[in-house]
Design a protein around this ligand. Structure first.
Ligand SMILES: Cc1cc2nc3c(=O)[nH]c(=O)nc-3n(C[C@H](O)[C@H](O)[C@H](O)COP(=O)(O)OP(=O)(O)OC[C@H]3O[C@@H](n4cnc5c(N)ncnc54)[C@H](O)[C@@H]3O)c2cc1C
Length: 489
């Protein structure tokens, strides 16, 4: 019998397993899919028109691990020492606007300020303090929302003050009255839209403050050379080096699929995990509402996306949604269960920054996803193409083919994304704390059973911190160990 069985090999499940294996426990990870990694996988990209032999790869879910460099888990795990190369685009993110204009967030804060013209000083005032204390902002944002974050108390206090001020300002309508230009307003609005929810909101403002701060750090919003799957390979290698193992093609659909263990940890959506539990534990997990949905569209292009403003092409991530008013309208439609005619779309063209992503014949993968109602069965490729074409005339002529995964099919390749909810449940300020429910220990969900996925604090993103927080509790409560093992390579 294993000490611990972890169900799910996403970054949180693997982070938990790595910590426990390093503590000397026998940790086994069961993964329902044929490949480990969950939201952090890079797989061959092929379509009817594009055979696998052309050598293209796609990041199946996440492509831009913005939270990883400042995540306390990954910082100590030290990806670079394990041969994982994070690429830092000169432009972290961009927001094209009609008429060939664009907001551009350079990694360099002062360059961003210069380009934002009359709004430059306002951008510096808002993002400057957050950037100065970005490590502490990350520690606060990625905490378990139960214990006091550790670090230098004065720096933590300054980070909390900057975070509170920025969140307050942006929650009041993205600081509509604060900005003079649509470039600045929409630039920060595009980051807020990551929450996939009605806008503006406190959670969207908090997300914009946190991710906005990370954009101007030395590593910005990075890509991973060769694809994000390198992170998973590094985690699995470390787990195996410490006696753990990952068993793939092992879906756990009912309690009888679970081998006996002293502790079970579930790297699953709270609502899916609920199916493995008896009452009263089950209904405690189903109270977490589903979050918004996404439809993934992986394009194969014959050239770089021809953005009307070439600076947009230097960005690792492009938020396609137009002005704040347009994004607000689109997100309201989606929240009301309707498809937006002009949806918010996220786009990344990794070959712009990483030549290893070019396939034969100059073909390249372009990663994108659109916000859609949860459970949507619609193929929204046409709407996504229209949105990109609007800001990159000639885009359509470069499209060779596309692989589309409607929201309702997202769970086919990751059971943790029911209905295309990629965030493990609704993202709101309340639900960042009461995730999956309001409890002193949000990870312990039944006797001997712990939830360790993005359905627990700190919520979505590639940071491994839910796994670390849950593993810390398992070590202390179930095995009487108070010391977290070193994660050094
Ligand atoms: C299209 C898309 C784009 C994204 N883009 C980004 C991005 O750019 N940057 C970013 O930071 N985040 C992004 N994310 C979110 C990110 O992928 C997740 O926040 C992260 O992967 C969550 O990690 P996790 O370990 O909690 O869960 P997951 O990574 O979802 O892993 C859960 C694992 O559990 C397995 N599993 C679930 N149920 C069972 C079961 N019953 N039996 C066996 N196995 C099971 C799944 O197969 C999966 O491997 C994106 C997600 C998607 C889908």
């Amino acid at each position: 019998m294993s000490d611990v069985v972890v169900v799910g090999s996403g970054p949180n499940g693997l982070a938990a397993a790595v910590v426990l294996a390093r503590a000397g426990l026998e940790a086994t990870v069961l993964e329902g899919q044929a490949t480990p990694g969950g939201g952090v996988r890079t797989l061959p990209l092929s379509t009817e028109a594009v055979p696998e032999s052309l050598g293209l790869l796609r990041d199946v879910c996440a492509a831009v691990p913005a939270a990883a460099p400042t995540s306390p888990f990954f910082a100590e795990f030290d990806l670079a020492a394990r041969g994982v190369e994070l690429i830092t685009p000169e432009v972290s993110y961009a927001q094209p606007l009609d008429g060939g204009r664009a907001g551009v967030a350079y990694r360099d804060l002062e360059r961003t300020v210069d380009r934002l013209w009359t709004d430059g000083p306002r951008w510096r005032r808002l993002l400057g303090p957050l950037t100065t204390y970005s490590s502490e902002v990350a520690v606060i944002a990625l905490s378990d929302k139960r214990s006091l974050p550790t670090g230098h108390p004065v720096r933590l206090a300054r980070a909390a003050t900057a975070f509170g001020a920025s969140t307050g300002l942006l929650a009041g309508g993205w600081g509509d009255g604060y900005w003079r230009t649509e470039e600045a307003r929409a630039l920060i609005g595009g980051v807020a839209a990551h929450t996939i929810s009605r806008l503006p909101s406190l959670a969207a403002a908090g997300t914009a403050s946190y991710l906005g701060a990370l954009a101007h750090t030395p590593q910005g919003w990075p890509l991973v050379r060769g694809g994000i799957g390198a992170l998973t390979r590094a985690l699995v290698a470390d787990l195996e080096a410490h006696g753990g193992r990952v068993i793939t093609d092992h879906p756990v659909r009912s309690p009888k699929d679970l081998p006996p263990a002293r502790v079970h940890m579930l790297d699953m959506h709270a609502r899916v995990a609920a199916g493995l539990l008896a009452e009263p534990y089950r209904s405690r997990l189903t109270s977490l509402p589903l979050g918004g949905g996404v439809c993934k569209v992986d394009f194969v292009l014959s050239g770089a996306v021809p953005w009307a403003d070439p600076e947009v092409g230097r960005a690792g991530t492009v938020h396609v949604g137009g002005s704040v008013a347009q994004m607000r309208r689109a997100e309201s439609e989606v929240a009301a269960g309707r498809h937006a005619d002009a949806p918010v779309v996220l786009v990344s063209d990794p070959a712009q920054h990483d030549a290893t992503r070019l396939g034969r014949d100059g073909l390249r993968p372009v990663w994108s996803y659109a916000h859609v109602p949860t459970g949507s069965t619609l193929d929204v490729r046409a709407a996504v193409e229209q949105q990109i074409e609007r800001f990159a005339p000639g885009f359509r002529d470069l499209v060779v083919d596309a692989l589309v995964t409607p929201a309702a099919r997202m769970a086919d390749h990751n059971a943790a994304y029911p209905g295309g909810d990629i965030a493990g449940g609704m993202v709101s300020m309340w639900r960042m704390v009461a995730r999956p429910r309001l409890a002193r220990d949000p990870y312990a969900v039944a006797p001997g059973v712990y939830l360790c996925s993005q359905s627990t604090p700190p919520g979505p993103g590639v940071h491994g911190m839910a796994g670390l927080h849950a593993a810390r509790r398992v070590l202390r409560t179930e095995f009487g160990m108070r010391q977290i093992p070193s994660l050094d390579p």
